[in-house]
Design a protein around this ligand. Structure first.
Ligand code: PEP
Ligand code: MN
Length: 663
């Protein structure tokens, strides 16, 4: 049962409730959520909820109706995020785990680790104890394989996951393995699950060949009730009558499991389909269906593989799939998880030279900075639920607290005067184009720089108080942008009056406070529950391909990105023929992509313009110590040689960052 405690419960009352439950052989787990603190109590004996309800400090008791308790959503409402040495799985991220079916030898696993890391995997897989259908097939390298996997993972900064087939192997695995995988064939090996759960380490629990979702969640319950909190479910295809693929990937299990449990769920398209070319589309389908990630087999030479070669991707196929996942992520409201790059990885020879170096005095990444400070604040313009608020959650997860202010300028000022460590500013929209106000703000405030970016899909909903419907509405509140973006929907209701507000969050607040069924707000769906508003209609934006890119700003030099793939610069071209051409030629010389060039008038100098340029590593070139150097060198040359040669004046580097990373 779930016991919701009173908000201001006294510590001794809490202890009394706990010992009351424990005396009745119930296992008690305390979960402190944002809104309420609960005790989850599970055990063999049934207990009358009324006995608990009358205890001082108890607000209410909710019996768990499902046979699985700790795994159920009733037990824990928020999604579980599993943290594997800094790599997070679950929440708003997509995490990709990749590697060969089996560790075969040192060279093979190192090569596999290198290519999957470079393409963006966050964890390395590789079997050392292989549960093969035939006793004559390759059984894996055993303890030796586990060690090699770990060495390769360490060399490329990837935590490792490998399958455990029997608890007798725990002693030889425990020092090397970050995540244990329980294979499909062992899903109901309850003795193994109990011993594994007791280790308290993360476990990937694959769905059994013929297991129902309920049986699968009961297996998860074994792990959770034995001591671990970190279980990742993995859908890997089930046995059906269909022979065209190795198994049948049960995509519908993903949204079903999502509603039944708080545990993260990933998809293994490799074992599901068994055929290399069918793996990427099913991996993408898994992501589209809401999976928190995928685990996929990649081999440097699939033809030479000792197991599952036919389903192993070539490194190039994997790289292409990663790029497709990157494109898909904002559509499903997620970001692709990156390896946490510690700034200690930034060796002296990788540091940029010249003027850019002063930004490196602190030499801390955004994540390091937050970790060291213990708490950090990110400012945004608008109210709770605004898209900038969502962008902060997406980028920082819950590692910062938020400061709402009422203009973009105030966001920057909060960063400059130290009230906030970071600021979240919209910079461009895929339909409406640049947010010029922020371009100008960025060139105006020299004490800040861009340290990251995040893209949010803009979806609008019509929200109103309980009892309202489309016929009761007379007045609609929103920010000016959503009115434009929902023009087609609004054209169907010409009688509605439009009232502009400073943000969509403010619009929702006004409607909620009015309590009036004639008012509605256009805002995002997540705003609804924040203001206790009902959703009258979702997806009212004219064009669903509507994205806004936000940039994260920080005080100059406060943080540094170890391996940037992106830079934004502002410069003025010298007033001479060919100067812009020469300046841009520099980016081409370093093989960089000029992804955006925008000119903005220089205030006070009529008909003179500043150029705002975005430069990026070409798609397909991952950010690494070597490739990042191209960006740094180009920026450095623009700041030094190009100025000396009178090609440009006033160069300002707005930031060198990883455009795809989040904290
Ligand atoms: C594997 O991941 O290598 C494996 C054997 O998977 P499954 O247990 O899903 O068959
Ligand atoms: Mn395999």
């Amino acid at each position: 049962m779930v016991i919701v405690l009173e908000k201001n419960i006294r510590e001794d009352d809490k202890q009394r409730i706990r010992s009351f439950l424990e005396k009745r052989s119930l296992k008690v787990n305390e979960i402190a959520g944002e809104e309420e603190t609960i005790f989850g109590a599970v055990g063999r004996l049934s207990l009358d909820p009324r006995e608990v309800e009358i205890l001082p400090g108890v607000q209410r008791v909710i019996p768990i109706s499902k046979p699985y308790k700790m795994a159920s959503r009733e037990f824990k409402r928020e999604n579980t995020v599993v943290d594997v040495r800094g790599v997070k799985i679950g929440g708003s991220r997509i995490s990709v785990i990749a590697g060969p079916c089996a560790v075969e030898n040192r060279e093979q696993i190192f090569e596999a680790a290198k290519c999957v890391a470079e393409s963006g995997a966050v964890m390395l897989r590789g079997g050392a104890y292989k549960p093969r259908t035939s006793p004559y097939a390759f059984q894996g390298l055993g303890a030796e394989g586990v060690k090699l996997l770990r060495e390769a993972g360490d060399a490329y900064g990837l935590p490792v996951v490998t399958e455990i087939v029997s608890s007798e192997y725990i002693p030889e695995m425990i020092d090397y393995v970050d995540v244990y995988q329980v294979g499909a064939r062992n899903m109901q090996n309850f003795e193994l699950l109990k011993k594994l759960g007791a280790l308290g380490k993360p476990v990937i629990l694959k769905r059994g060949l013929s297991a129902t979702i309920e049986e699968w969640l009961m297996a998860a319950e074994y792990l959770l009730s034995s001591g671990t909190n970190d279980v990742i479910l993995c859908e890997r295809g089930i046995r059906t009558y269909e022979k065209a693929t190795r198994n049948t990937l049960d995509l519908s299990a993903i949204p079903v499991v999502r509603s039944l449990t708080h545990l993260p769920i990933i998809v293994d398209p490799s074992h599901a389909v068994g055929i290399r070319d069918k793996v990427p589309p099913m991996g993408l389908a898994g992501i589209a269906a809401g999976a928190d990630g995928i685990i996929v087999e990649v081999h440097p030479c699939p033809e030479c593989a000792m197991s599952d070669g036919a389903q192993s991707l070539y490194p190039e196929q994997f790289e292409k799939m990663m790029r497709d996942i990157e494109v898909l992520a904002p559509v499903v409201g997620k970001v692709v998880s990156r390896r946490p790059v510690r700034s200690s990885a930034l060796s002296v020879e990788n540091r940029p030279e010249g003027k850019v170096t002063n930004a490196l005095s602190a030499a801390e990444s955004v994540a390091d900075y937050i970790r060291r400070k213990g708490s950090a604040v990110c400012a945004y313009s608008g109210n709770q639920g605004a898209f900038a608020d969502q962008a902060i959650t997406r980028y920082f997860d819950d590692s910062v607290s938020k400061l709402a202010v009422d203009s973009f300028r105030k966001v920057i000022e909060a960063v400059v005067d130290g009230r906030a460590d970071f600021g979240m500013l919209p910079i461009e929209n895929s339909l409406a184009g640049s947010v010029y106000e922020n371009y100008d703000n960025l060139s105006l405030y020299e004490d800040i720089e861009i340290v990251g970016s995040v893209t949010i899909r803009i979806e609008h909903s019509l929200l109103a108080v309980k009892g309202a419907d489309l016929n009761t509405i007379r007045t609609v509140y929103s920010h000016p942008q959503p009115f434009v973006q929902c023009a087609d929907f609004l054209a169907g209701h010409p009688e509605w009056k439009h009232v502009e507000t400073d943000s969509t969050g403010t619009a929702a607040r006004i409607v909620a406070e009015s309590g009036d069924v004639t008012n509605a707000a256009i805002a995002s769906e997540v705003t609804g529950p924040l203001y206790h508003l009902e959703i009258l209609k979702t997806g009212i934006e004219t064009n669903p391909l509507n994205y806004t890119r936000f940039v994260i700003v920080a005080g100059k030099g406060a943080v540094v990105c170890p391996v940037p793939n992106f830079s934004a610069v502002i410069f003025t071209a010298a007033n001479e023929p060919g100067s812009l051409y020469k300046a841009l030629g520099l980016f081409s010389k370093y093989g960089l992509n000029l992804t955006k060039l925008e000119s903005r008038p220089i205030h006070g100098e009529p008909w003179r313009y500043r150029f705002y340029a975005n430069i990026a590593l070409p798609s397909g070139v991952a950010a690494s110590a070597v490739s990042s150097e191209r960006i740094r060198s180009a920026v450095n040359e623009l700041q030094t040689r190009a100025v000396e040669d009178n090609i440009v004046e006033d160069v300002r580097v707005l930031g060198l960052y990883d455009s795809a990373a989040s904290v």
